[in-house]
Design a protein. Structure first.
Length: 340
């Protein structure tokens, strides 16, 4: 099996060695912008089963994809996935502008505006953060400059790991119906991206505490559970661990019926998931925050370990290292669908 995977990776590398170009307006079998009509006319419950049984995605796919999507740019897509996308690319992301009443979720991944005279990706990212270090409305609210730098590098690590699965998918793709369902506005991706955008801008708002546990000057987005299911303030049990992935040929493959049952019982039918899917994220900041504090309670009080010591860094690093690589696969499937 290992030898076969190596062969697949070599073949995939040959396919993706040269960046390709994709415009959100190119002719495809479905639209490329989440703000337009859905890409599938299949009922939502049909898509849920397809995503789990045919795409081998787990019930947390919306969270996993939103996490890896929230700060990606056109430049990052080109560097890590080898595809040039246009301004109208349909790849949603979270705005880095934390100013009041600014659009939180962007319908298209923007340009990173990296300094073109800098050669390495790491230095480009460092320069980008430090070039905004005096702007209080730039990037994650209440993060220190060091924490913003660490977060930037952390996202690069996730994209690099996702690329390994992305390459395999280029020669061993998921069925077309998986892409139609996954990129539909009715999937879980956009609700979790909207939730993540709120938590980045208004950390602690879903804690269930009124007022939130930490004052605004101290609260910060929890990089570990910033968008995860939590049942601390509900009479519900925490979701069980997802079942082990089966294999689809030489990669991850369609899950069995137990996986879909888990999705229905734990994620789709949980009160929190239902509230999130039906939540209206439109409106001015004060209105959305007020409603989210009441309707989207998940016990998240914000970051509990600051990056201000070696001990703090060890906590952050262990958190990064403990993230499930299967979630990188789920993001790879999404990018594969968006970029083909």
């Amino acid at each position: 099996m290992f030898a076969t995977q190596v062969i697949l990776l070599i073949a995939a590398a040959a396919v993706s060695a040269t960046p390709t170009s994709r415009s959100g307006n190119e002719s495809t079998t479905w639209t490329t912008n989440w703000t337009t009509e859905p890409r599938t006319d299949a009922p939502v419950n049909v898509c849920e089963e397809i995503l789990v049984t045919e795409g081998n995605l787990r019930g947390n796919y919306g969270q996993a994809i939103a996490h890896r999507l929230h700060s990606i740019t056109r430049d990052d897509i080109r560097y890590y996935f080898g595809v040039d996308v246009s301004d109208e690319n349909g790849i949603t992301t979270v705005s880095e502008d934390m100013s009041p009443e600014v659009e939180r979720v962007l319908p298209n991944a923007p340009s990173a505006d990296y300094d073109k005279e800098i050669l390495t990706q790491a230095m480009k990212q460092l320069d980008k953060v430090l070039s905004h270090m005096d702007n209080k409305d730039y990037s994650i609210v209440n993060y220190s400059i060091l924490e913003k730098i660490a977060h930037s590098f952390h996202m690069s690590e996730l994209w690099a790991r996702s690329k390994l699965h992305f390459d395999l998918l280029s020669v061993n793709p998921v069925p077309e119906e998986v892409c139609r369902c996954l990129t539909s506005p009715d999937s879980d991706v956009i609700p979790y991206l909207e939730l993540l955008a709120l938590k980045i801008k208004f950390p602690g708002l879903t804690s269930g505490l009124n007022p939130p546990a930490a004052p605004p000057k101290d609260a910060a987005y929890n990089i570990g559970i910033g968008y995860s299911f939590s049942f601390k303030n509900k009479e519900e049990s925490a979701p069980p661990a997802a079942p082990p992935a089966n294999t689809r040929k030489e990669g991850f493959g369609p899950a069995d019926d137990s996986a879909y049952k888990l999705y229905i019982e734990v994620y789709k039918d949980s009160e929190y998931a239902k509230n999130l899917r039906s939540f209206d994220f439109s409106g001015d900041d004060a209105d959305v925050v007020s409603r989210a504090q009441q309707e989207l309670v998940d016990g998240d009080t914000g970051l509990d370990e600051r990056l201000d010591s070696e001990e703090g860094w060890q906590a952050w690093k262990e958190g990064f290292k403990s993230m499930d690589d299967f979630d990188n696969y789920q993001f790879a499937v999404y990018m594969h669908c968006m970029l083909q």
